[in-house]
Design a protein around this ligand. Structure first.
Ligand code: NAD
Length: 436
């Protein structure tokens, strides 16, 4: 089978490379010429473990191609996946300009029956708009060409994207024709050999599933952050509480970690967009509004802790930050809690020294040279008064406390991910704060 994937970001590039890995002939399209030039040479513009190997293997095998133009391959493909961005609009709703641009281009170029599958996260009702946009273009051309649209939301996690795509928990496909169902079944069959995990739904339900999914995960995080904050006040330990409730099989132990708030390219925008979808039909998503509010507060929690420790006298303090990306194993800093923290520390007059194994360039692109970029975790801690763990990369998990003791001034550690043993850290003479 031959397919095209439009948009070569985290979702499009991973999807394209993984389909190629399964033997599908894939052309990945992006309007960003620089990206396509780099990709043709096997240079991957994002950090995603394992992706470079798969991309290069499939380029070499002649199954993975890159282009800036959908017309280059439209004659030969059966399916076009749209994996372009859906950033938040000013009011928080999903901005569909890129999705609709792809739909128009699809309508302008198809010559035979082709399926346009939306992989981007889009609100309920988008497929209808996509269909209309395609039909308008076909009408302009005076052509009668059959086409289908389908919704195939993506659930991969950055940092684990290849595994998630190759062995998905499930594949959700919203369809309104048997033809589309058959093609999508054929395409995904090889990913389902151990058990059939395909879930076919109507299109609006597929669109809703993605938002409900991310909103549920964000809700768990905000719930645990709320519990953590209460634990601190009443003298309980949220790590113990997490183990206690996570062992209830009705709850499960995933996504119950307290921390400094959720970030990334998906949860913040998807929660906002679902609230906005509800608003547009006169329904109030009360739970999700609270989830957002708790998260906004939580992003300030590390700053509040350092501010309290120094009684508001932060001017001139040297603060080391370990971790910048919104979670480990990605370079993605969209809506990362580190950005909120850096902003507040700088405004309070602190000197900020940062280290992240992968996201230093991304951070420089976002905030420039307002902070000191250090070559490793201990250089970041040099002469620091306080060390703040923001992203729990593996290399931060068992630090040498004796080196830290030697290089730091005030010996304060604020653990934004609850990964250190408070007794061990305290025994070494550090003042230690965690979340909850
Ligand atoms: N990042 C994730 O972890 C993740 C997971 C699941 C779902 N999603 C959803 O998938 C979608 C894509 O997310 P992403 O993180 O991969 O986005 P991204 O911003 O990393 O990539 C989008 C790409 O689309 C390209 N593009 C935009 N308009 C185009 C056009 N008309 N033609 C060709 N290319 C075009 C951009 O140049 C960019 O390279 C979003 O809707 C997102 O919510 C993301």
């Amino acid at each position: 089978m031959k397919i095209a994937v439009v948009g070569t970001g985290y979702v499009g590039l991973v999807s394209g490379a993984c389909f190629a890995e399964m033997g599908v002939d894939v052309t990945c399209i992006d309007i960003n010429e620089e990206k396509i030039v780099a990709l043709k040479k096997g240079k991957i513009p994002i950090y995603e473990p394992g992706l470079t190997t798969i991309v290069n293997r499939n380029i070499d095998a002649g199954r993975l191609h890159f282009s800036t133009d959908l017309t280059a391959c439209i004659d030969s493909v059966d399916v076009v996946f749209s994996a372009v961005g859906t950033p938040p609009d000013e009011d928080g709703s999903a901005d569909l300009q890129y999705v609709l641009a792809v739909a128009r281009q699809f309508g302008q170029t198809i010559k035979k029956h082709t399926i346009l599958v939306t992989k981007s996260t889009v609100p309920v009702g988008t497929a209808k708009k996509v269909k209309e946009a395609i039909q308008i273009e076909l009408d302009k051309r005076g052509e009668t060409i059959e086409f289908d649209v389908a919704s195939n939301p993506e659930f991969l996690k950055e940092g684990d994207a290849i595994k998630d795509f190759m062995t998905p928990d499930r594949v959700v496909v919203g369809i309104d024709s048997d033809r589309a169902k058959l093609t999508m079944s054929r395409l995904y069959k090889q990913f389902m050999l151990s058990s059939d995990r395909m879930i076919f739904t109507d299109i609006p339900s597929a669109e809703m599933i993605k938002y409900a999914n991310n909103s549920m995960l964000a809700t768990r995080i905000s719930f645990m952050n709320d519990i953590a904050n209460l634990c601190e006040i009443v003298g309980a330990d949220v790590n113990m509480v997490r183990k206690g409730i996570g062992s209830d099989s009705r709850i499960g132990n995933k996504f119950l970690y307290a921390g400094c708030g959720y970030g990334g390219s998906c949860f913040p925008k998807d929660v906002k967009a679902l609230i906005q979808t509800a608003n547009s039909v006169g329904y109030d998503m009360k739970v999700l509004r609270a989830v957002e509010e708790v998260n906004e507060n939580q992003k300030g929690i590390l700053f509040n802790k350092i501010d309290k420790h120094y009684n508001g006298e932060l001017k001139g303090k040297v603060v080391a930050l370990w971790g910048l990306s919104f979670k480990p194993e990605t370079d993605d800093m969209r809506e990362a809690p580190s950005l909120t923290l850096i902003d507040r520390l700088l405004k309070a007059g602190c000197e900020v020294r940062v280290y992240d194994p992968i996201s230093m360039d991304e951070c420089r692109r976002k905030i420039g040279d307002q902070v000191t970029y250090c070559k490793d975790m201990y250089e970041a801690a040099l002469d620091a008064d306080t060390l703040m763990l923001v992203t729990e990369w593996k290399e931060f998990r068992i630090p040498s406390l004796s080196i830290l003791k030697k290089v730091m001034n005030d010996k304060v550690i604020i653990d934004g991910r609850n990964i250190y043993d408070k007794d061990e850290v305290a025994e070494m003479g550090f003042t230690y704060y965690k979340i909850g």
